[in-house]
Design a protein around this ligand. Structure first.
Ligand code: G3H
Ligand code: 13P
Ligand code: NA
Ligand code: ZN
Length: 328
């Protein structure tokens, strides 16, 4: 059944688990997520980015999610719009039937320009007023995603600040977070702790200086009743980088957010964990390997099926590690 994200995150907070929010663009990703949720008895957050809406079209995405609800009626599903850059965009998603929206007021309408606090409060508060009147949940964001190593936002064609970010912008301030939640009434708050979107988060495994789980603890201590959201939370599996590079890919050495660090965050108020890149890497590795090993094969269903299996394994592992399993 389609349920609001607030309801789902409240349950997660009561029981102390986290929920991965996977980005969806196509049928294969959807099948992988739902089959993994079914196998582990997990609630599901499906999210669609602006890029996904551009790729598949909003009606196709909507019906893909509705099809998932129809085929797996026993699994609770929240249909979330990822990184909305204006109240108008959030309003359109609400009209389409999304049960949750993200108003990312940390960046301007172009998704690239860091905005000031007053702007962020204004657009987020207006979105909450509109969404709550329709029973729809809202995620806000305070602080800008960016690598504490490089000062760069990370994503090339998606959502991400252009140019260099300051250390201060990349670490959400606990006092400001308390004020922001009070002023906007958001259901969940995305925070900046040194992660960035995409595969290139860290040039070496992160330490406490480049990934601040400590900051999560400080924010959670200040606003214990607010559901925290970690963006840029792909772990960038080294085994999939190896498969990709073994079969013709060229991905330089890079590291993501270790699952163990996310689990530590979940102990301190993190309830929603955004993951896109890991499924992309698994999918690409599976296609490259399948086509290299089966050079005469030309039925796309064969290699797409290999991608579903690869992505499903990652989803199962996250549902189990985050404690989501068994909570559907
Ligand atoms: O926000 C970042 C997500 O990974 C979505 O990326 O805009 O390329 O779909 P995308
Ligand atoms: P990754 O690029 O780390 O998968 O992050 C996805 C994300 O935060 C989507 O909003
Ligand atoms: Na989101
Ligand atoms: Zn994000």
């Amino acid at each position: 059944a389609l349920i609001s994200m607030r309801q789902m995150l409240d349950h997660a907070a009561e029981r102390g688990y986290g929920i991965p929010a996977f980005n969806v663009n196509n049928l294969e990703q959807m099948r992988a997520i739902m089959e993994a949720a079914d196998a582990t008895d997990s609630p599901v957050i499906i999210q669609a980015s602006a890029g996904a809406r551009k790729y598949a079209g909003a009606p196709f995405l909507r019906h893909l999610i509705l099809a998932a609800v129809e085929e797996f009626p026993h699994i609770p599903v929240a249909m979330h719009q990822d990184h909305g850059t204006s109240p108008a965009i959030c309003q359109r998603s609400i009209q389409l039937g999304f049960s949750s929206v993200m108003m990312d007021g940390s960046l301007g309408e172009d998704g690239k320009t860091p905005m000031d606090y007053a702007y962020n409060v204004d657009v987020t508060r207006r979105t909450v007023e509109m969404a709550h009147a329709c029973g729809v949940s809202v995620e806000g964001e305070l602080g800008c995603l960016g690598s504490l190593e490089t000062g760069m936002a990370g994503e090339e064609d998606g959502i991400g600040a252009e140019g260099q970010l300051s250390h201060e912008q990349m670490l959400t301030d606990p006092e400001e977070a308390a004020d922001f939640v009070k002023a906007t009434h958001v259901d969940a708050l995305a925070i900046a702790i040194g992660t960035s979107h995409g595969a290139y988060k860290f040039t070496q495994p992160p330490t406490g200086d480049t990934l601040s789980i400590q900051r999560i603890k400080e924010i959670h201590a200040r606003i214990p009743d607010t559901h925290l959201v970690m963006h840029g939370s792909s772990s960038v599996p080294q085994e999939w980088l190896e498969v990709i590079n073994q079969y013709g890919g060229e991905i330089p050495e890079t590291y993501g957010v270790p699952v163990s660090e996310i689990v530590e965050g979940i102990k301190h108020g993190v309830r929603k964990v955004n993951i896109d890149t890991d499924l992309r890497l698994a999918s690409t590795g599976a296609v490259r390997r399948f086509l290299a090993q089966n050079p005469s094969e030309f039925d796309p269903r064969k290699f797409l099926k290999a991608t579903v299996g690869a992505m499903r394994d990652i989803c199962v592992a996250r549902y189990e590690a985050f404690g989501t399993a068994g909570n559907a």
